[in-house]
Design a protein around this ligand. Sequence first.
Ligand code: ARG
Ligand code: ZN
Length: 883
Amino acid sequence: MRAENGQIIKLEDYLPADFVIHQVDMTFDLRDGHADVLTRLVMQRREGVAAEAPLELDGDELSLTSLALNGTPVSPQNYTVAPDSLKIDDLPAQDQFTLEIGTRLHPEQNTKLMGLYRSNGIWCTQCEAQGFRRITYFLDRPDVLATYKVRLEADKAAAPVLLANGNPVASGDLPNGRHFAEWIDPHLKPSYLFAIVGGRLDVLKDSLTTISGRHVELAIYTEPGLAERATYAMDALKRSMWWDERRFGREYDLDVFNIVAISDFNMGAMENKGLNVFNHKYVLLDSETATDADYAGVETVIAHEYFHNWTGNRITCRDWFQLCLKEGLTVYRDQEFSSDERSRPVKRISCVHTLKANQFPEDQGPLQHPVRPTTYREINNFYTATVYDKGSELVRMLATILGEDKFRAGMDLYFERHDGDAATIEDFIACFAQTANMDLSQFALWYNQAGTPRLTVSQSYDAKAGTLTLNLQQQLDKGAAGTGTLPMHIPVRFGLVGANGQDIAAEAASDDARVSGDTIHLTTASATIVFTGLNQRPLLSILRDFSAPVQLQYEESEADRLALARLDPDAYGRWRALTDLVGDSLADAARQWAKSGPQTVSDTVLGAIVEAADDTSLEPALRAQMCSLPGETEIARLVAEDVNPEIIHTLRLQTLARLGMLGGETFRSLRAELAEPAGEFSASAASAGRRALRNCLLAPLSAAAGRPDDAAKQYAQATNMSDRMAALTVLVHQFPQELVSQDALTDFYNRFESDPLVLDKWFALQAASPNADTLERVEALLHHEKFKLANPNRARAVIGGLAGANPSVFHRADGAGYRWVCGVLLQLDSLNPQTAARMATAFRSWRSMNPALRQQAEAALRQLAASENLSRDLRDIVERTLK
Ligand code: ARG
Ligand code: ZN
């Protein structure tokens, strides 16, 4: 199953490897300029494999320095080596043998940041998905499980800290100022979970005793001088460990748990066994440098990587098609953790928001794929919102369908039955089918059929009979992935709300088996359900908690939506009704505007937002979610076709101003009441919620005033980063030409010049500024002394700021935005293909633009595709996007 460049890998071709690897012993000799790696593999031909079958190992840009079999050098006619493969003939037919492989690496030159590389002088590794083959020749696939022993040697001054997976077993000094450390990981693991780190690092230490009494040393390593900023991350780690013991019965299984924060990192973080490596963005923070969203992000990612210890590490994936087995499930677990730690409805709303913003466009465009894909060219391009976030929704649906107890029993069985395995989705589902004694084959379609089903709902009330008839229909179109369209099992949670704002206990006619409690189980293409005994027409609160990842199509009157936004006893339901009302109003106005000129959203709709903002029966964080207007990209998604981002931009800004006008007094007094209390900063969810509400009112008030005064004042008085960023965003986005805005940007730069994470915000904010001269400014940012294309966070700040967060500039009518992004992607691709490919997904919705823009986007993409040296990563995205 080794992938040639561009070759398509298929799930149906899966075969276990011909050889097993029992034990891996590695020695790393880390030097400036190069690293020598000696790997000793204890291997054996798998039973039943032909005695003459050669051993084929994966490599990637490797150079072999030595090769020995059972202690004797292998003669050149018995092997064939290339940077990406090593093939050895004449191996023992049955017996165990040891293979010793020497490789020389150049970590300083590794800008792909896969395998072993150096970030600010720190040696570190990233092996998922296929980075281990950049360290040594190996059977680099997740179903090859072995125990590892690692010895690291380095200059003691350059790398006083030497870390690897598992537990430390020995360390000591060597001649010439060098030293060593040895680590043993007793747990079976696949190569993608391998990690080492070496460098001059500071550390924040703590410890914890697990539920059964195991003492665990916890440590978070950072670049010098920053360990204190890991305090919140450490707290989140301890809470995660505690939670997983109680909620899922999962305990930690080593004597140490180490986290290292790295500044050059392709992704968020990585769950290497006992040695998590993190993008420092998800570790380091304090109130002066991080927003409340950053705090929530750190908590989530720390928990996510920790939870992988069971869902991912103890039980891993058989092959990369099963990625959602660990990712979807672990996202579900981290979302549950945040819900328990913070506010459940607020967390749910933010997840639904993210799902619709990131996953829906993917599922409805050219990059569509099932949660469990069946083919890929480049696996790194499948760490997607579909695998992660829709994957999590599928686990949540399973929990909804089974109920809490049976779901937990299924999880218990999964842990018990598959501990130490490389498992599949079928294995996972079989555990729940068994504990719930249910046939889950229809449910399993969710993993295999790509696309977002449409759920069409209609209702009619018969006053005389006292009945409410609901019709539900599901439909799935064949999209880019071309997978099946069979009806699936869709759990639809609902409520029937009375005029008093309470749920009416509804009876389904003749004990309809499809209704159980507050859930309708839709398993057919269409279903009609009759509720009886209703002496008033209830309001239908449909798809509560977003109980299935579907596109809801429901002819719901404005009056019903307004009423539900006010009275639904379910908080999610209130948000849903208001958001749909506001979103549809904006989308309708945008469509109409394109045909017949400027439009507005009605005062009634805006009034409902003001009312929600002021409803003190709701927690502030929820009110902030209810009264934030949808973003431009979100409105574009609702408009769906022939999108004109220019119109959406103007419409949204004018709507913001009218909202500020209408809400004026209310918003101002709310802001005064919610003013940040003097004294110690609190990162608690409750405090963050108050800041969120106060800050989300600043944009409409400023737009209404047409003046930057309030924002300038808030910027000047800010005592934390959330308040500071909210003010600066309004200044830079609404009042780019004003001197105060330029001054604030300069002040921000001067304050945080030496802090890369804050500087990323400075770069991103300017790239996301919707102004006529943004492209010129962003071009200048590329030449700024602090800009470094090879640093993924910095590259993402500028490219992502423009392509992902600035629709009216990215989609500029003259195509200059598209061309600029493609130009930078081409440069980035030669350094870091994985990050370039990720950024290129900004083009995924190009076909929903108006014809003139489509033409421009296609031309820019075709030009990019015509470049000769595109990486496999970027080419895969560009070609699929154009298809
Ligand atoms: N497993 C990591 C996580 O989600 C992410 C690894 C991403 N790898 C990649 N090649 N994109 O926790
Ligand atoms: Zn993960």
